[in-house]
Design a protein around this ligand. Sequence first.
Ligand code: FS2
Length: 516
Amino acid sequence: MSKDLLLHSLRGLGQVALSAHELGISCREADIFACEALFSTLTNVNFDSDKFVDYIYKSVALREKIKSQIQLTGKSQQWSGLACFTPAETKEGLTQQGKDAEYDFISQSAINTDIFSLKLTVIYGLKGIAAYAYHAARLGQYNNKVYAFCHEALASLDSQDKTLDDWVAMALKLGEINLLAMELLDSGNTLSYGHPIPTAVPLNEKQGKAILVSGHDLKHLEELLKQTVGTGISIYTHGEMLPAHGYPGLKQKYPHLYGHYGTAWQNQTKEFPQFPGPIVMTTNCLMPPHDSYKDRVFTLGPVGWSGLFHLETEDFTPVIQKAFQLPGFAEDGELRTVTTGFARNAVLSVAGEVIEAVKQGNIRHFFLVGGCDGAKTGRNYYSTFVEKVPQDCIVLTLACGKFRFFDKELGSINGLPRLMDVGQCNDAYSAIQIALALANAFNVDVNQLPLSMILSWYEQKAVSILLTLLYLGIQNIRLGPTLPAFISPNVFKLLSEKYHLMPTTTPDADLAACLS
Ligand code: FS2
C-alpha cells in the first residue's frame, strides 16, 4: 500500500512542481527526487516499506518548499486536493491512506475501462522515463522538458475532464519524452565512458577474490572499480550489467573488470548462492533473497529489501571488506567468451559494409529481438525464434531477454557477426538510432527497411520504449510473450489498427510473416 500512497503523494508534488516549471522556478531537487521515487516503484526495484514511508514524507516536504518558493515570487496560488495531502503519522495510518488512495483512484478511473487502461499505461511509462532520467542525472545530464512532463502527467492523473483521445495523445507524448530521456542517458553514458566497442567478455571465473555487480547503473560500477584498484579483487557483471564491458572508460581503464557471471534476473536465486563473494544490486531486478546468500547482498539508491545491507553512499568499503572475508574462486575456469558492445557507434561505423551486404543480397533481413526476460515458459519463443532465423539474416538484441540466446554461435556474414548485443534495456535509444540511420542511408522510411522488431516485455521500461516506438510511427511490432493485461481490448484494437502492433504467435509463423 505504501507504493500506492507514494504515487498519490507524487501526484500532489507534480501539481506544485509543474506550476514551478511554468513560472520558470527551478525545482531540480524535486525533479530528481520524483524520478528516484517513481523508479523505486518500478517492478523488482524496492520492497522495503520503510523506504516508501521516507519517500512519502520527503515528497510532502519538497512540495511545501516549492509552494514557498512560488509564494516568494508574489504569484500566490490556491492549492487543493492532492497538493494539500497530509500523510498520517503512523504506519497503520499510512497503510489505511494507501488503501483509500488506491480505492479512490480505481473507482474514479474505472468508470471508463479504456481511459483507465491508458492511465495505467501512462503511469507505467512514467516509471520507465523516471528510471532513465534518474540514471542520466547521476551522470550530470538533465532536461527540464523531461521533468516538467513527468510532473504534468502525474498531476493529470487526477483530471476527470480528459477524453479518450486526450489520453491517447498523453501516451504518445510520453513516448516522445521518453526518447528525450533515453537520449539524455545515452549522452551520460557515452560522454562519461566513451562509445561502446565490440568486446569479448569472459564467462569463466578467475582465481581469487570476487565481487558481483548487477543492475543497470554504470556509475555505481565505476565507483566500485575505482575503489578496488590494486586490491586484487576481480569485478564480475551480472544480468543487465554485461554491456558495461563494451565501454572503454570502464573495461579498458579498469582491467580488473574481469568477466560476466550468470544470466537473466529470474535465475539469480540459483546463481547467487554459487558466487563466492559479495553481490551489489545497483537497480532492478532484485528478487526476494534467499537465506543462503542474503548476508552478502548490498543494495544502493532506489533499490531496497528490508534486512539487506543498504549502502547510503557510494563508499563501497563494506562490500570490499566482505569480499576479503569470503573465499573467492579457488581456480581459473576454462576460458569461454561472449561479445558485447554493438551499440550505435560500433554498428554505424560499419554501415557501409552493412549497406553493401544488403544490396548484394548477402543480408536479407534484420531482426531486433529484445526486451525483458521472465520465468514464464512461453519465453522460450525468443530463443527458438533466434535459432530459426535463416543464415542470411542478422539478429540485433538488447536487454535481459538476450540471456536465452546470448552465447549462441551464430557465425557471421561478410565479417559482420550475425548476433549483435546492442546493450541494456537502457540502450534502446541506440537500437532506434541504428534503425533510423539505416533508413536514412537506404533513403526509405524506417518501416520499409528489411527490419522486424520482436519484443518481449515484463516491466515498465518496456512500456515507455514501446510508446516511443509508436510515437516514431514504427509499425508491425510483435510483442510477447503475452500482451499486457492493462491494455484493454479497445486500446489494443486502436494500436493494432494504427500501428499494426500484434502479439507474437509461433516462431515459425512469425518468421515466415516477417520474411514474406
Ligand atoms: Fe530486465 Fe529487469 Fe532491464 Fe527490466 S533486468 S526485466 O527490470 O530493466 O530489462
